[in-house]
Design a protein around this ligand. Sequence first.
Ligand code: BDP
Length: 736
Amino acid sequence: MNSKLHIALLCININISSAHLRLFYVIIFFTILHSNSQTPGGYDLWLGYPKIEESIVRSEYVKTTNSIFFLTNSDILQTARNELIRGIDAMLERVSDVRDSPNLLNTMWVVKKNDLNQEIQSTLKADFERIGKEGFIVKSVFLDGKGILLISANEDVGILYGVFKLLQLMKMHKSLDGINIVETPKIELRMLNHWDNLDRTVERGYAGFSLWNWQKLPIYIDQRYKDYARANASIGINATVLTNVNANNLVLNSDYLEKAAALADVFRPYGIKVYLTARFSAPIEIGGLNTADPLDKDVIEWWNNKVKEVYKFIPDFGGFLVKANSEGQPGPQNYGRTHVDGANMMASALKPFGGLVIWRAFVYSETDTTDRAKQAYTEFVPYDGNFLDNVLVQVKNGPIDFQPREPFHPMFGAMPNTSLVMEFQITQEYLGFSSHLVFLPKLYEEVLDAETFRKGKNTTVTKVIDGSLFNKKISGMAGVANIGTDMNWTGHPFAQANWYGYGRLAWDPYLSSEIIAEEWLRLTYSNNPEFVKLVKSIMIASREAVVNYMTPMGLHHLMDTGHHYGPGPWVSDLSRPEWNPTYYHNADKNGIGFDRTPSGSNATAQYAPEIAKIFNDPETCPEEYLLWFHHLPWDYKLKNGGILWDAIALKYQKGVDQVEEMISIWKQAKTYISDDQYNEVRMLLEIQIQEARWWRNACLLYFQTFSGKELPPGVERPEESLEHYKSLKFPYAPGN
Ligand code: BDP
């Protein structure tokens, strides 16, 4: 590690309780200010354990001795124990004494509820009731008149999460004295969706190839599988769908099931279950039947047998994720059946084993001429209440497709009798791939906090998906992974924060993105408050910046076609109308935007009347959604008195300015991190600023051909012609 040594002055306030003496020491000591956790290249993610001074965490439990009683009688508990030892040994540079039986020297106990004595169990009764299956308690308690630190839980996995929590607190230099944390995840299914193909390419992947080396599985177990599981467990992710939603049948054949089982074996001790995508036509393609009709008895039998086989290989298999009748994927509608018929048929097969069907609502059809934004709601909402209870319907955050900004999907709140899973995209398909620094928890938070108004006020999207609004038994969140074989897993080092932040929000969707940014920075780079303050400001601003330089004021889907790299607002020649950017922006001499009010597609009617009313009126519609819901003249007067054309141009400029600002702040952060860490992000920001200018120039030149207006003062003149921007081609853009 090429960290530099710094001399720092530290003022430590030591509290000697017995003598009630307060001593103030000024100690000069050497500290490695750069002792952030990252191994070169960022492989360690937020999980490295740099040395910390014991005095920093000021805990009786880690002082003098760290003799730990850790009752370990399962694989998950063994994982937790290994992690605890690894963390404490590295951070305190002292080898922990960890035993399976208690003794008087113990300063820490890590024991499940049922293994505690009745007295502590009843003292902590309320806590144990609160934490459910996966929660934990990290608490300082008195035991036989002696203070100890207790990590406890009802189940093994809670212990694992509690251990990670403790280590993260220590790493963030939080005091452990008087600690009292009682936590439980607010969402049950916290899932990653890998769009990984069996040939190891990753659809919309920008961080190398798929982690799953199918060729060498099941015998060869890559260390990365364990490191992947560890990283997920550290943020509470408990489910992973290994394969692409555009599914390949082969994964359901026994040779691949054996390979998937080997991965499941690696993930199990980390509390993670494996799921697979299922291609609806599998009974034909690998089953030799001549139909995949979900009501056909041979088809039903085929799936029943297939599910039995899967559970032979993977006894705790999670279930199937299904993309059906969407973008050319087969589904029940091919046989005149419905989503309910399809989903329930599979769900019945999985039910005896406790498996789930996660049925995606990302549907739109080439034969349906209505607004694409309306189609999922139209297809699914009438079926509310008809799905079996082990079916979850997975809905993207917005009604189109993972754009830099979309209003929340109107299905949230509109299906009170169905468990809805939130689907976020972590991989940055429409947000600059892995070259742009965009902190996505800002986007996630905006959607989660959106008011649905389905049961009066305060009925946010979060309350729909955590199950609290409509009393749902199973709740879930899915994130389309941004992980690949790149040394740092995610391509951009700050894309790690999106994986981290997604996991944190799946655990607790009420967390603020600011808190998540701060945690991640401290766990990944440095606890230095100046550094954290500076870089947090970059992260928090980054999401609005990308909206501004790509798709401001409610514009959407202006990306170039297929690969979605760079601007292509002029694309209008694709076979399906809704694949063309022109379909979404509708720019003409009269104005720009998609009229989704009653005078247009009336998509607003899919929201609660209180929300629809706000969206319907351009005066009340939030400016960030203006052109999502309205087609407005170029000289439409905005609240600030300016006209629409000027406002669009200024927003594009602002996006560019924001990236300039991000670069200048990053320069100020240089002194707090290693040169390698600094340079890596600096180069990426260089790409980002170039591409931000490219977006601004291309879009403004193109829209100017309709508005016929000059760029307002303050907007830089494009260096190249529109023809130049239109001529750019990227046949090898990644992820396609
Ligand atoms: C779109 C992607 C496409 C996915 C699709 C989906 O461009 O690659 O297959 O979503 O979610 O955003 O099914």
